[in-house]
Design a protein around this ligand. Structure first.
Ligand code: HEM
Length: 454
């Protein structure tokens, strides 16, 4: 087991706060249980009550999405990076005080940004603090990139595949933060509804692609290739295969983003570029993950394995749904619900939203839950085999996610599906709350291990 590696005492002392992951993970849990899942569950109940996914204002929904990407995913990535990287490379964390400052910049920035973004419908002036919050987040992510580069730069070993994935994912994390701020400002300044709708239709899809497949998916794929062979004895892909996959996935992502933007700006023929790139992304992801043997017999197992397996099942489901989008839009909808708004518009908000929920909750969140459930006890120096299997949060979040994805897609064909989708967020919220309290308690326990404390 190579993570977490105990550090030499003088290296630990030079790292500053030796358990820097804790405030980041606690902040991440606080965000997901409030601005994230709780707010999301409330939004879903209101959507179900109104019987329409467009019943809630754009800024309010986007404020929830923003909190989840920056707060839930972002804060966990920052905590893992600041704690894990020095131990993997056996060097002190570069700029430890700046790393601590980035917690405040990110935490305060995202609360201000999401809170005021949701309130701009009431008074446009709230847009000013919201944009300032975005600038704080950009600074936090800039510091993260600087600290990671500095730490990697002081390592004596050559860059490994994990580093290439991490650096690429962090690059996308920074790019999306800048784009988010610019896009949000543009929506605030849009002179009328037509201009606002044009902005959303042109830029929101590409932005989500960068956030989900550029930042979150590449980060998880990179960490998986380093961690899963050690945790469960899975097969390690060859370096050439990993790097080829990274290049192909980035090229596919750029194709997806370019296709979506050009489709709007230069004509519908560019949909072909989008779809071809989607197929390449799906094929490259499946080819990479399949070789690990995640679903076969494993050498070692623990409570986290079911989370990791479920996460990758959800990734495959969401990618399959993305590849089948034309079949849903031009096949099923045209056949079963030709009068529906989605068929008339040529775009199913429900189906696209269901894909996003499958990947953000099923894949990304399930992975955060599983990896943290395995690594945090080890970071704390607590034996994992005495801890519970965490079945309840696993079942609740998976059940909520499955009900949501199926029923949200079904709303294209039958209005009663809204009342099935409505309560699903409460299942997910309950599951995340049980998991969050469990993890918080583990982080409260102080166990002295040689090499882990200064
Ligand atoms: C855990 C329970 C969650 C619930 C109940 C929930 C609920 C919702 C609802 C009702 C919407 C609007 C519906 C739609 O447009 O399809 C939405 C949108 C969104 N959610 Fe969540 N969500 C949850 C978790 C997450 C997570 C974990 C993430 C990211 C990691 C996330 C990111 C987003 C984003 C980015 C959007 C905006 C999508 C767009 O571009 O239209 N959500 N969520």
């Amino acid at each position: 087991m190579a993570l977490p590696l105990p550090l030499a005492e003088e290296t630990v002392a030079a790292c500053g706060e030796p358990r820097l992951y804790r405030p980041f993970f606690r902040a991440g849990i606080a965000v997901v249980l409030t601005l994230g899942a709780a707010w999301g569950a409330l939004l879903l109940l209101r959507i179900a009550w109104a019987g329409s996914f467009t019943a809630i204002g754009l800024q309010e929904i986007n404020a929830h999405g923003h909190a989840q990407i920056f707060g839930w995913v972002g804060l966990f990535v920052m905590g893992f990076a600041y704690y894990g990287l020095p131990r993997l490379k056996q060097v002190p964390l570069a700029h430890p005080r700046m790393a601590q400052a980035s917690l405040w910049l990110m935490g305060v920035g995202l609360v201000v940004r999401s809170g005021f973004q949701a309130a701009v419908a009431g008074w446009a002036g709230f847009g000013v603090p919201a944009v300032l919050g975005s600038l704080a987040e950009i600074a936090a992510i800039g510091i993260l990139v600087w600290v990671v580069l500095g730490t990697l730069g002081s390592a004596t070993t050559a860059l490994e595949v994990l580093d290439d994935y991490v650096l690429t994912a962090l690059g996308w994390f920074f790019v999306q933060a800048v784009l988010e701020a610019v896009y949000f400002t543009a929506t605030l300044l849009a002179p009328g509804t037509a201009e606002l709708l044009w902005l959303v239709a042109t830029w929101q899809g590409p932005l989500r692609e960068i956030q989900i497949h550029g930042f979150a998916m590449l980060m998880i794929l990179g960490v998986s290739q380093r961690l899963l062979p050690e945790l469960y004895g899975l097969k390690q892909p060859s370096k050439a295969r990993s790097l080829t996959s990274l290049v192909v996935l980035n090229a596919a992502l750029i194709g997806v983003v370019a296709g979506l933007v050009l489709m709007r700006l230069s004509g519908h023929a560019w949909a072909a570029l989008w779809y071809l790139s989607v197929l390449v992304m799906v094929a490259a992801t499946v080819a990479l993950v399949w070789g690990w043997g995640l679903f076969g017999r494993v050498e070692r197992s623990d409570r986290s394995l079911k989370y990791v397996r479920a996460a990758y099942v959800w990734l495959f489901i969401s990618l399959a749904m993305l590849a089948l989008l034309p079949a849903h839009q031009f096949g099923l909808l045209a056949w079963l619900a030709p009068e529906s708004r989605a068929a008339e518009m040529g775009f199913s908000h429900a189906y696209y939203g269901a894909i996003r929920h499958g990947v953000t909750v099923g894949f990304v969140s399930m992975m955060i839950m599983g990896v943290a459930a395995r690594m945090v006890p080890e970071f704390q120096g607590i034996r994992g085999d005495g801890l519970g299997p965490l079945w309840m949060p696993f079942l609740l979040v998976n059940a909520g996610c499955a009900i949501r994805v199926l029923s949200q897609t079904w709303t294209d064909f039958a209005a009663p599906a809204f009342s099935v989708a409505g309560p699903s967020g409460l299942l997910e919220l309950t599951g995340l709350a049980i998991w969050g309290v469990h993890l918080w308690r583990i982080m409260d326990q102080h166990v002295e291990l040689p090499g882990f404390e200064p």
